[in-house]
Each structure stands twice: as C-alpha cells, then as structure tokens.
Design a protein around this ligand. Structure first.
Ligand code: AMP
Length: 366
C-alpha cells in the first residue's frame, strides 16, 4: 500500500514513520529538493500546481492525503479525478478561508466568535462598529502560527491595523476572553466510523503553539460531549476521512470554534507516546481503508514545541519519560524544529519533569 502526501514537512515525516510498521509506504510532494519527510518517504520535489509533477506523484499511489492545508484546491480536485483523495478537496477548501469556515460551523449550529467579512476600507469601518473592540483582524487566507493577524485593543489601534493588513480580504473577529484554548481531534474512517482523542489544553505564545497537555484537566462530561459533537458534525457534513483537528476557545461551560485543520495537528503529537494509537497511524488507517485504532490514553502527557533551536539531546533524554522528536530542520527563529513529549502516570512527577525540560528549552532559545 502506498499513500501520497501533499506536503513534506514534519507532519509528513511523522506520518511516514507511522506507516512503515503497517507496511504502508509514503510518497511526498513539495517544492523543496530536501525536506523533513525525505528520509522516511519517497520524496518527489515539485510544485503543487505543476500537472506533470502531480501526474508522476499520483502514479502507483492507492490514495492521496495532505499534511499541509495551503495546497491549491484545484490541484487536489485534479488528483481526485484520478485517485481517491482523503479528506475530500471540499474540506481543504473550507479550511483555507476563514469566512467560509466560520459560516460552515454556524450552519452546523456550532458557536463561533462574532465575525464580519471585510473587502474594503468602508467594510472595515462598518465591521469595527458591528463587532466592537477589542477585536482581532485576520487575513482570510494563508494565516498560520499567528501570522497575518493583529489584535485591535482600542480606537488608537484601528488605523495601524489597517496599515498592516488592509488591501487583502480580511475578517474581523470579536476578541474572545477565553478561559483557555482546547482542541479536539476526531478520526473518521472510510466507512463512517468516528473515534475521538481526549480534549487537549493548548498554550500559545505570539500565536505559536508552545505546550499541549493531554488529557486536559477539569473537563466535565458535558464539555467533552460538546467538543465531540462539534467534531462529529463537521466530519459528517464533509463526509470526512482522516484526522480532523478543531481548535476551540472555552469560556465557562461553552465552546466556540476558532478554526479547523483538515490534517494531523501539532496538538496531537503527544499521541505518539501518550495514546494507544497515534494520530499519524490513525490518519493512515483511515485513508488506507483500514480499521481505526483505540484512542485510549496512556497516563498523562505534556508536549512542548521546540521553536528556533533545541537543547542538547542527552540532557532531555536523561529525564525518564521524556521523548525527543527532531524534524531534521536547521535552527531558525520562530521555526518549529522539533518537540518533546513527557509521558507520566503521576501528575505531580509530570509537572516537575515538565518544569525541568522547559528550563532546558528556554536556555536553548536564548
Ligand atoms: P489562529 O491563527 O486563528 O489560530 O489564531 C492564533 C491564536 O491567536 C489563537 O490560538 C488564539 O490564541 C489567538 N486568537 C485568535 N483569534 C482570537 C479571538 N477571536 N479571540 C481571542 N484570541 C484569538
């Protein structure tokens, strides 16, 4: 069995690694000659819009998936005429544009932050009046890791925000004074079976995910059910196959959807050690038409992202329960170069080890 992956970053690398024991080999397509997935997958360098490259990439693969959601939808559609593509190009299309994405969730009866679409300066002024301040101004497309967005706290920040982002299709969202950020990962098989990982608590710094704790603490049955229902409705509405990540804001006992990712997700990296079946394996199982694996957790996990640089591996590996994942990238500010998962049965020990490793990470980043 061979699965084609559009994109060749760390998510493709971890999918490639998960495929080997199952007898699934992965082939990746992305423009770079060498990329994080190349040591573990058959890498095809090529542009996503180059039909000859897409054709060669599609020859001999049983199905195609993505590890990167900014692949042109037209390319995914072109491939879908020749080979099964999971999740469907429709899911990619919805996830690529914030206005359509929020409208999609609203249509499912799911709460999202108040928002307004902006295509001109007039619409920007109207949106400020409608949504009020504080608010978050975002580009509707190609935003990731906090890029392409700015918070407008008061009226003195309105004009500067327009100077930074104006001239492109934008969305203004009401600033949500959330208690915390959570995410839920659902997996849907080709036959419509759905499984869910537990809710994960996520901490961001400067728009970049820094830490995921799983399972999230103090989750009531009703909150978990709400989150599962959101993911289930979204997956069913799109006839989805694979892992879907939904990022959520918790305010009291309510969940609002921030956005979704039609792929494996950074907040699910802990599942490699912390779950009976990792998100990468379950995504491949779904795409390959295999039965899904158990999403039961093994104790408690904390995942810490390595941003820009990483500590000496021997210092991390000296901590029992700590697992290092480097992505084969060179150090560069604000770049996700790896992650560490600490898995523990005892929560107090987990907190102590997390503190210890966080110190090593802070030193490496300085
Ligand atoms: P995004 O690219 O939309 O996931 O935004 C990156 C991060 O910015 C989120 O994880 C939140 O921490 C923050 N953020 C985004 N939108 C809002 C909002 N409407 N209200 C409050 N914080 C937000």
């Amino acid at each position: 069995m061979r699965i084609g992956i559009l994109g060749g970053g760390q998510l493709g690398r971890m999918m490639g690694l998960a495929g080997h024991p199952l007898g699934i080999s992965c082939r990746t397509l992305e423009p770079g000659a060498v990329c994080p997935s190349s040591p573990v997958a058959e890498h095809h360098p090529g542009d996503y819009e180059d039909l000859q490259a897409l054709y060669r990439f599609s020859q001999g693969v049983d199905a195609v998936t993505y590890e990167f959601e900014n692949v042109p939808v037209e390319s995914a559609r072109w491939l879908a005429e020749r080979v099964p593509v999971y999740p469907s190009p429709q899911a990619l299309e919805i996830a690529q544009e914030r206005v359509g994405e929020k409208t999609f969730f609203q249509g499912l009866g799911v709460k999202v932050p108040p928002f307004a679409a902006i295509n001109s300066r007039d619409e920007f002024d109207q949106a400020i009046r409608k949504i009020g301040l504080p608010a978050v101004l975002k580009t509707t497309r190609f935003g990731y890791d906090g890029k392409g967005q700015t918070v407008i706290r008061d009226h003195t920040e309105v004009e500067p925000a327009w100077q930074i982002l104006g001239g492109r299709p934008l969305i203004l969202e009401g600033f949500v004074p959330f208690d915390r950020e959570l995410s839920i990962l659902g997996v849907r098989s080709r036959t419509g079976e759905c499984v869910f990982y537990p809710l994960v608590e996520n901490v961001h710094r400067a728009g970049i995910l820094r830490r995921s704790s799983a399972p999230a603490a103090n989750i009531s049955e009703s909150l978990l059910n709400q989150a599962r229902e959101i993911a289930r409705r979204a997956m069913e509405a799109m006839n989805y196959v694979g892992v879907l990540a939904v990022e959520l804001f918790q305010t009291g006992d309510q969940l609002l959807v921030n956005e979704m990712a039609p792929r494996v997700h950074n907040s699910g990296h802990w599942t490699i050690e912390g779950s009976e079946t990792s998100q990468f394996e379950n995504h491949l199982r779904a795409v390959a038409g295999l039965p899904l694996g158990s999403t039961d957790s093994r104790g408690h996990s904390v995942m810490l992202n390595l941003i820009g640089n990483w500590p000496t591996p021997s210092a991390i590996l000296a901590v029992p329960g700590a697992h290092l994942h480097l992505y084969g990238k060179s150090p560069r500010p604000n770049r996700k170069v790896g992650h560490i998962t600490i898995r523990e049965d005892n929560k107090q020990e987990l907190n102590e080890k997390t503190g210890q490793i966080q110190k090593l990470i802070d030193q490496a980043e300085d």
